[in-house]
Every structure is written in structure tokens, then in C-alpha cells.
Design a protein around this ligand. Structure first.
Ligand SMILES: Cc1cc2nc3c(=O)[nH]c(=O)nc-3n(C[C@H](O)[C@H](O)[C@H](O)COP(=O)(O)O)c2cc1C
Ligand code: SF4
Length: 642
């Protein structure tokens, strides 16, 4: 067994025994039917996490009434029709050795009328700034009906054989809206004093206990702080937790934030790891260990998780995205195979960014996430000699999958290092976590016996020498350089050269291109105390980032004093000056020490013509095919041979 002192110890929640202290945090998937029923896809996805060793699985938030629905293919528990599907799921999870709780939720004002099919409801008619739709204030009778709906939903879960329920009283949803002075401005006995604001969530708890039985385990998930002026503080949350414990709650699960402070809920890589642990420890201490306390939030490393447990900070570690990236993380840790863990890099590209677009989730690094039953990665009959050209994310993944299918694979990479753009990207501020993904891919290539040749540029003679049955062209991309007068100047450098440390940014640096690479390079230079100006021809910068990461990047650029010129195009470089055109006007920026080019990339598909000419079977994948996100590169690499 791996070197863990508490992580694999059992834990009791009420009279339910969990086999270990790893809990799959609730993650909305959009895998259910439009009526909220469990599908085979949801079952296969959760089964993989249970078989992978998570002791407790918490489902995504299930809506308890239709006007509390948050996404179109969300799990629902509003009607008895969902019981059979849920019952099958409970059986599958139990057979895999885990316990199952269903999370119950009502989104209140944090949804859209298009999704609920009716007007939004909330404690007070105050819109959530993200949704920007004014809700109607609930009548007293309606509040009682919703509390009843939570009770009925718990009854359905119990009838289906689910081990317990978790009530979502955080993340800015309806119960959180009642608790918070920020969103609850009611004048009746549900608003005003802390006791009044707690009334509805406590009524929900008592309804569940009354309808599903006092012994039926109930966990509450709370936002320990809302991180917004006038919102809930840790003191408020501790006071609420005291009351929950008095009223018989069986477990507390600490998270934080509301939709208006979204990145705090699903922390991008710029936020620290173990984000809520110290706050959860304060809460556990305050309630005197009366019920188990769980915590989520970028606790992605089992060693770190074990440390929090062994220091008595919390009783249970919730992992959401880490188990999307690698359902077998618990098992691998248990048998000391940590080097084989596919780490979550907190990019949100496959999960939260897709969720926000009402799409089904997946994972950037794990193409099997959400497709668990669709692929079998066993050796094929027709084994081929495969040549992969390019050792970036697409090429590495293609090589791994090809080798898993039994093909004999040789990979050529022109530079001395595998990893491609991962090497450069991991040098941007706060992105060193990308090295974990590279480490995983490189390790898998080795484990699967791929023959790797670095420092060799593949050309026709190399292809002919290898005599492959199939070539995968994954040569990546080449930086685009604007063809303006004076660009051929010693002060002009590529963003990659700066990030790789081959060139230093000067005291006054102009970055041309406001996409992800431009923003990150601008931050990299500004963190070294340089004066930085960022120029972008579009109206907006950071346009290619997901909303949560973008919010963090914009805040950080402001803190670093980076000056942004949007809707401006570089038209000339002359005598240390950059001439920018914005509409009809030209602006001159003088005394520039370094001009950094971050104007995107073009596919490097130069070998395609050669391959086509020779009649060799080939696929072009990743940026070589079309410059896109890393998720596309890895998933395309996987699909070549899956
Ligand atoms: C795609 C996605 C959907 C989520 N859906 C829910 C949800 O339904 N209920 C909930 O309480 N938290 C939800 N969360 C938050 C996670 O449970 C977790 O608190 C958060 O991702 C931070 O933990 P992690 O770093 O281990 O992922 C979601 C997170 C993601 C990425
Ligand atoms: S998409 Fe990114 S953040 Fe989401 S689980 Fe995968 S690696 Fe983690």
C-alpha cells in the first residue's frame, strides 16, 4: 500500500461506513435525459469513479423541482419516474464497493427561464449579475412547498437505495440565497436576522428528516465565504453549521463562492491549491468534531490530501476534477503507482467551460471522460507499423493510444524535448501545473514501449527509412508574424523566446497580440518589474480563455499595471517606435526596448504534401491540422486509434 496514514482509513457518516476518505465531489455532467433521468452514460461515468476507488460518490446537483433546474440535461429528483434509473445506479455503485449520495439542489436565481421553463424565483427580486434575469420573490407558501420538495426528493433517493443525500446550500443557489444578506432582502420571518435567513435551509433539513426518516444520512454543502462585499463570512457559516449540527445534520462539506465569484468555486490554475482547507479546519474546530467535515477545492494530490487528514484539519477529501482526469487516482495512490496518475491541470477547458455553455462535460487530458463505455483500448488484430511525427500533446497521445492498441510505434520530435507547446506554456505565471500533464504523457509513452527519437527532424528520407504502414502528422504549429515594415528588427522577439528564457524583456515592453499567449507573456514581463503595454486588434483581450480563467487573468493584468490598447493594429516598427492604427487614427508608442510578437500560430503541415505524393496512409492531427485548443489536440490524438 502507498505511504498514506489516514487517506485509506474508513470513516462513518451516521451509520454508513465509507471504505476510505476520498469522496467524488458533485460535478454537473449534462449526461441525463431532458427529463432528468439517469442514463447509461451517467452510470458508466460514475461506475468508473467508484471502481477507481473513491469511497463516496456524490452525484451532481439534482433539481428537486422543475423551476430549480440549472441545465437542460441535469439529473432531476422531482418525480417518482426517476426512481428506477437511480436505483440501478445505486446498485452499480454499491457493487463497485463505494457509497452513493445524491446532491439535491434548487438553483433559485442562478439559472435561466429557458432552462426552467418558467420565471426565476428567489428570496428577493435581485438578479444574479451573471444571469442578469430578475427573479420573482417567493411567497411563504411556495417556500414551504420547496422545502417539501427537498423532503420528497430525499424519499425518492432512499427508495432507490441511495445511501444518503447532500443538500447544496452553497455556490449561490437557492438555499445560499436565503442565507445571505447579499441576496436576501426579505422583511418577513425568512429575512433580516441571521436566524431568519437560516430558517428556510433548516426547514429543508427538518423536512428531509421528517419524510425520509431521522436515520437517513444528510450532508450539507456550504459556501464558507461568498467572497463578495455584503455576503456571507466564515463567522456566518460557522454559526449556520452549529445550527445544522443541532438539527441533526450528519456531515458538512466545505466549498465557497457564488456564481458572481465563479473562479472561487472551480479554481483555475492561478488560484492556490487546497484553496479552502484552512477555512474548513476552522469550521471543524469550531463545531468540535461533532460531525465529519469534508472539503473540496484543488486538492489534487493524494499526498497533500493525506497531510490535511493526518493533521486533523478535515475528515474527508472531496475531489471533483482530479477524478474526471483520472478515475483511478485513488487506486493508483493506494498501490504506489502515483507516477501513473493523469493529473488534473485546473484548466476547466473540458469541464466547467463546457458546462457553462450547457454542453456535456469531458476532460482535456482524459478523452475517456464521459465516453467510458464507448471505447475498449485492447490490442487489435491488424497491427501496424506507425510513425508519429511530433512530440507535442497530440502526437504523444496518438502514440500512447496506438501502442495501447498493439501497434509498433516510433515517434520523432525535432527538438530535444517532448511536450511541444506544453513546455512553453508551463513557463507562464501560475501554469507550472502543465508540467504534470507533460510528465504523465511522457511517462505513458515510455510505459507503452513507444520508440522515441528526439532532436531529429522527420523528412522524406526518415519516413522511407521507417517504411511505416501509417504516419500521424502532429508537427504542431509555427508562430505567425505580422508582415509589417520594420518587423525584422533585433528588438522584435517571439513570445516563445521570452517564455523559454532565451531572451529577456526590456524595461519598456510592447506585446502584440492579446490572446492567451500574449496576456501570459505580458504578465510574465510585468512580474519582472517591466513596464508592459499590450496591443490587440480585436475589441477584447483574453478572448480565447474560458470565463473563469479570463476573469482571473484580467484581474491580475490590472494588478500588474499592464496597459491595454484594444482595437489597435500594429502597422509599422521604426526607430524603437511602434505605430498603431485604431480606426482612422494612428498612435506612436516610443522608447520601446522589446517588442514581443504573440499573434497566434499557423499549422505546420509542410510534410502533408510529401506524404500524399508518396501514397502513404496518413492522418494530420492537432495544430498541424488546424490551430485550436489543447483539448482538441489530445482528443484528436486519442481518436486516431481508439
Ligand atoms: C463541471 C463542474 C460541475 C460542477 N457541478 C457541481 C454541482 O453540481 N454541485 C456542486 O456542489 N458543485 C459542483 N461543482 C464544484 C465541484 O464539486 C468542486 O467543488 C470544484 O470543482 C472544486 O474542486 P476540485 O478542484 O476537486 O474540482 C462543479 C465543478 C465542475 C468543474
Ligand atoms: S478539463 Fe482541465 S480542469 Fe477539467 S478535469 Fe480535465 S484537466 Fe481538470
Amino acid at each position: 500500500m502507498g505511504n498514506y496514514s489516514v487517506l485509506f482509513e474508513p470513516l462513518d457518516i451516521a451509520d454508513i461506513r465509507l471504505p476510505n476518505r476520498i469522496m467524488m465531489a458533485p460535478i454537473g455532467t449534462n449526461y441525463c435525459t431532458s427529463e432528468g433521468e439517469v442514463t447509461g452514460r451517467l452510470t458508466a461515468y460514475l461506475k468508473a469513479r467508484a471502481r477507481g476507488g473513491a469511497g463516496l460518490i456524490i452525484t451532481e446537483g439534482a433539481y428537486v423541482c422543475r423551476n430549480g433546474r440549472e441545465s437542460s440535461n441535469q439529473l432531476g429528483l422531482y418525480d417518482d419516474r426517476v426512481i428506477p434509473g437511480l436505483s440501478e445506479l445505486a446498485g452499480v455503485i454499491g457493487d463497485a464497493g463505494s457509497r452513493l449520495f445524491v446532491q439535491l439542489n434548487h438553483a433559485g436565481r442562478q439559472t435561466l427561464p429557458e432552462v426552467t421553463g418558467s420565471e426565476l424565483v428567489a428570496p428577493s427580486p435581485i438578479p444574479c449579475k451573471i444571469m442578469d434575469k430578475e427573479p420573482r420573490a417567493l411567497e411563504t407558501g411556495e417556500i414551504e412547498e420547496i422545502a417539501e420538495a427537498f423532503g420528497e426528493a430525499a424519499r425518492r433517493a432512499k427508495e432507490a437505495g441511495v445511501d444518503g443525500v447532500q443538500v447544496l446550500a452553497g455556490h449561490g443557489h437557492l438555499l445560499n440565497q436565503f442565507l445571505s444578506p447579499y441576496s436576501n432582502h426579505r422583511k418577513d420571518h425568512y429575512g433580516g436576522s441571521p436566524e431568519n435567513r437560516m430558517r428556510f435551509p433548516l426547514e429543508v433539513l427538518s423536512k428531509i428528516k421528517a419524510i425520509a426518516g431521522r436515520d437517513y444520512p444528510v450532508s450539507f454543502r456550504i459556501s464558507i465565504e461568498e467572497f463578495i462585499e455584503g455576503g456571507l463570512t466564515i463567522q456566518d457559516s460557522i454559526a449556520f453549521s452549529f445550527r445544522l449540527v443541532e438539527e441533526g445534520v450528519d456531515m458538512l462539506d466545505v466549498s465557497g463562492g457564488i456564481y458572481e465569484t465563479g473562479p472561487v468555486i472551480v479554481q483555475p490554475m492561478l488560484l492556490p491549491r487546497s484553496f479552502f482547507v484552512e477555512k474548513a479546519a476552522r469550521l471543524k474546530n469550531a463545531i468540535g468534531g461533532k460531525v465529519p467535515v469534508a472539503v473540496a477545492g484543488r486538492i489534487h494530490d493524494p499526498a497533500e490530501a493525506d497531510r490535511h487528514l493526518s493533521q486533523g484539519k478535515v475528515d474527508l477529501i472531496a475531489m471533483g476534477r482530479p477524478l474526471l482526469a483520472d478515475p483511478e487516482l485513488p487506486l493508483k495512490a493506494r498501490v504506489s503507482r502515483e507516477s501513473e496518475i493523469r493529473w488534473c491541470i485546473s484548466c476547466n477547458q473540458g469541464c466547467m467551460d463546457r458546462m457553462l455553455m450547457q454542453k456535456d462535460i469531458t476532460c482535456l487530458g482524459n478523452p475517456l471522460c464521459g465516453n467510458e463505455d464507448d471505447y475498449e483500448l485492447t490490442p487489435v488484430q491488424d497491427q501496424k507499423k506507425v510513425l508519429v511525427i511530433g512530440g507535442g500533446p497530440a502526437g504523444l497521445q496518438a502514440a500512447i493510444t496506438a501502442a495501447q492498441r498493439g501497434h509498433a510505434v516510433t515517434l520523432y520530435e525535432k527538438s530535444d524535448n517532448l511536450g511541444g507547446l506544453l513546455n512553453i506554456a508551463s513557463m507562464s505565471p501560475g501554469k507550472d501545473v502543465l508540467k504534470d500533464l507533460k510528465g504523465f504523457l511522457v511517462n505513458q509513452v515510455k510505459l507503452h514501449g513507444v520508440e522515441v527519437k528526439t532532436g531529429v527532424t522527420a523528412d522524406l528520407s526518415i519516413i522511407e527509412e521507417n517504411n511505416p504502414d501509417k504516419v500521424i502528422l502532429a508537427a504542431g504549429s509555427i508562430p505567425s508574424v505580422p508582415g509589417v515594415s520594420g518587423i525584422d528588427n533585433e528588438k522584435v522577439v517571439l513570445a516563445e523566446e521570452i517564455l523559454a528564457g532565451n531572451r529577456e524583456p526590456g524595461d519598456k515592453t510592447l506585446v502584440v497580440g492579446g490572446g492567451m499567449v500574449g496576456c501570459e507573456t505580458a504578465m510574465f514581463a510585468a512580474e519582472q518589474g517591466k513596464k508592459v503595454i499590450l496591443v490587440e486588434m480585436l475589441e477584447d483581450v483574453a478572448f480565447d480563455l474560458g470565463p473563469f480563467y479570463k476573469a482571473m487573468v484580467m484581474r491580475k493584468m490590472e494588478q500588474l499595471g499592464i496597459k491595454i490598447h484594444a482595437s489597435s493594429q500594429l502597422i509599422e516598427v521604426k526607430d524603437g517606435k511602434a505605430i498603431l492604427q485604431s480606426g482612422e487614427e494612428n498612435t506612436e508608442i516610443g522608447d520601446i526596448d522589446t517588442l514581443i510578437i504573440a499573434c497566434g500560430y499557423e499549422p505546420d503541415n509542410r510534410l502533408e504534401e510529401v506524404l500524399a505524393g508518396k501514397g502513404i496512409e496518413y492522418d494530420v492531427i492537432g495544430d498541424s491540422k488546424e490551430v485550436r485548443k489543447m483539448l482538441d489536440a489530445i482528443h484528436e490524438g486519442f481518436e486516431c486509434f481508439s
